[in-house]
Design a protein around this ligand. Structure first.
Ligand code: TYD
Ligand code: MG
Length: 444
């Protein structure tokens, strides 16, 4: 195991295991109810909409009674804002929401609430860091939805160690899970995650809770993405998109329009890729810039794209298509503060890099999607139809796709590429001189 920090190992007392009493084999134990699945009431366990549409969409409809959801994210991304808005939406809808603020005073929460509008007035707030106090407050107020902000700052005085230690965080979570299940309260826990993804770990809690969401965003951009990493009540991988503004988080129903808003077609090194986030296709511009490097080992900088994947694609370009970037810095980014991790973006990244290297722009109405193998082959990606339909909806007319891709949607033509060398040939002759895209190479 690695934690990357020296001298951070903390000794914690472990309670002696209780010796099992009574007859062996469970004889004499009370038999728990055994039911036929078909007899279980269908309504139980269905998600109830919170009223915060993008969050409901990410969670497959809303929050399930008695469920526990962990919302992880870096400090400052907007977790407290999101969950106060959620509590406000629930309270505004006539249900009871209780917010446990363990980091901020009720006055601070009120100030945040003022920015969000009047609905927040209906949220009940309690400022405490004690687990038994939270349990007592929940018993008293009987909320439908309970928000605990954050799991790292609460502690049970009966458990050894201060708040934030692994033992405390795990014990506190276990108590809150018990509370949620016992009283049927939909519970949300805020968990801080550092850049390295650790800190007395929300990661260690993932198996204790029903749902794990990750709230991400770039400090310098307004866009915030809530992705569902684990979900016991529906598909994981779904996504909610928001922008952070002066009045809190606002749902974004058309992320493609937002992300492509200020795009300027005709610049070398740019192409659009339809990525799939959950069920939702989103159009993202991928950009690359290649420049002579003064450094002995040139830079390879990836922003919003996995750095390892970029290095791999550069190697594939060099070995399989003869495009060398030796002596040149390479910068590649997904525009708009969104993170693109899908291998489906490989072809677009390669085309952006080649376009930048040749100084030759890809026409503005072209999208590309396809995964690239180490042999330089271009492979199919899932749900190509859905991706292309979104691109067609936004006015794109041409798509570069793997050989096995389905038919293009109406109004769009597909060019099938089986190898990166073929993709590079779109930019001109085999010497890859910076020449415009050959007439007739692209259809339409
Ligand atoms: P916050 O929810 O406190 O983040 P976290 O709980 O994840 O640490 O909010 C983070 C940032 O959001 C903060 O720097 C201020 C900004 N913000 C806005 O831009 N608009 C708003 O309406 C609010 C409430 C916050
Ligand atoms: Mg906070």
């Amino acid at each position: 195991m690695q934690c990357g920090e020296w001298n951070t190992l903390v000794e914690e007392a472990v309670a002696a295991p209780e010796v099992a009493q009574g007859p062996a084999g469970g004889a004499g134990a009370e038999v728990p109810p055994i039911v036929r699945l078909g007899d279980v009431a269908a309504g139980a366990g269905l998600p109830v909409p919170t009223g915060l549409d993008e969050l409901d969409r990410a969670l497959g409809g809303g929050l399930v009674e008695g469920s526990v959801t962990l919302v992880g994210g870096e400090p400052g991304v907007g977790k407290s804002t999101l969950l106060l808005q959620l509590a406000a939406a629930v309270a505004g809808g006539g249900r009871r929401a209780l917010l446990v603020s363990a980091e901020e005073s009720v006055e601070q929460v009120r100030r945040r609430g003022e920015r969000l509008g009047t609905e927040a007035d209906h949220v009940a707030v309690v400022a405490t860091t004690s687990v038994p106090a939270i349990v007592a407050a929940a018993a008293e107020y009987q909320p439908d939805v309970l928000v605990v902000d954050s799991i790292q700052t609460i502690a049970d005085p009966a458990v050894a160690g201060g708040s934030g230690t692994v033992g405390q965080v795990r014990e506190a979570t276990a108590r809150l899970v018990e509370l949620a299940k016992g009283r049927g309260i939909a519970t949300l826990l805020v968990g801080h995650v550092t850049k390295e993804g650790s800190l007395a770990g929300p990661r260690t809690l993932e198996h204790l809770v029903d749902t794990v969401c990750s709230f991400e965003g770039d400090r310098h951009h307004a866009i915030r993405v809530l992705s569902v990493v684990k979900h016991r009540f529906g598909p994981a991988g779904e996504l909610g998109v928001f922008t952070m503004g002066p009045a809190g988080l606002e749902g974004v129903t058309d992320p493609s329009a937002l992300l492509l808003g200020d795009r300027q077609p005709g610049i070398p090194g740019s192409i659009v890729v339809p990525v799939l986030e959950g069920h939702r296709p989103i159009l993202v511009e991928v950009q690359a810039l290649v420049a002579d490097s003064p450094l002995p080992s040139p830079r390879r900088v990836a922003q919003g794209l996995p750095a390892g994947r970029l290095a791999l694609l550069v190697a594939v370009l060099q070995r399989r298509a003869g495009l060398s970037l030796a002596g040149q810095d390479l910068f590649a980014s997904a525009v708009g503060g969104i993170r693109v991790t899908e291998p489906a973006s490989d072809l677009a990244v390669v085309l952006a890099v080649a376009s930048a290297a040749f100084g030759c722009a890809v026409p503005g109405d072209v999208v590309a999607c396809g995964e690239i193998g180490l042999g330089g082959e271009i492979r199919q990606v899932v749900h190509t139809e859905r991706r292309l339909a979104e691109a067609a909806r936004r006015g794109f007319r041409r798509a570069l796709v793997p050989p096995s891709a389905p038919e293009a949607p109406p109004g769009m033509t597909c060019t099938r590429l089986d190898h990166v060398a073929m993709a590079l040939a779109l930019f001109g002759d085999a010497t890859h001189r910076p020449v415009p895209i050959r007439a007739g190479t692209l259809p339409g």
